[in-house]
Design a protein around this ligand. Sequence first.
Ligand code: PGA
Length: 251
Amino acid sequence: MKNRVPLIAGNWKMFKTISEAADTAKQLANLVSDVEDIDIMIAPPFTALAAVSEIIRDTRIDLGAQNLFWEKEGAFTGEISAPMLIAAGCQYVIIGHSERRQYFGETDETVNQRIKTASTAGLIPILCVGETETQRDDQKTFSVLDKQVTKGLESLILDEHHSLVIAYEPVWAIGTGKTASPDQVQEVHAFLRDLLEKQFGNMHANATRILYGGSVKPDNASELMALPDIDGALVGGASLKPDSFARIIHF
Ligand code: PGA
């Protein structure tokens, strides 16, 4: 029996205008109003955060952002800070998604700055880690993950007020329809929990939710969620439609 409340998180990436996001959030809220004992989060684009926040205010759904910058304010054109996200209604922020690493120059060092900033500000960071197909073929999966976690979480403080979520998202499984096999996922998640134990001790390692992401769909969610070290999912494509996301939430 797992003692962690599962988290099913939807990453809407660069999809949906304000009205489309509001519409999806409304429909989703209706479809999941019966859900208990599961945390739900949606991360719309920045422009839709405030509108979606209003819609989900009295529901079980929490709000997340897809990134943040580590300064509070200043001459940083195009960036968004932690206080701005909190004012827009966010509880979570996704950090270090592989698309940010691949297309926007995110490194373990910048990930680390964002993670610490988010946590200090009172947001729950969702650290994304994952190997590419070549790294897996070259037997580098565990060394890559070790580096991403150790550097990404360097000098982070966890206590009763500061928690963390990790999302294991093998790059080769994101948006490709390929899902890692249950054995592959469980092996990596157990490895990640060991890393957390080394860095933060047994209590925090056991309390930290480790999500799986990469082509999670209504028909593979329950098999993945049954694995002992899997505490939820970070869902991209299948979170864009309220009915498919609601089916995943009802795994
Ligand atoms: P996917 O995306 O579910 O479309 O594979 C997952 C993610 O990038 O978080």
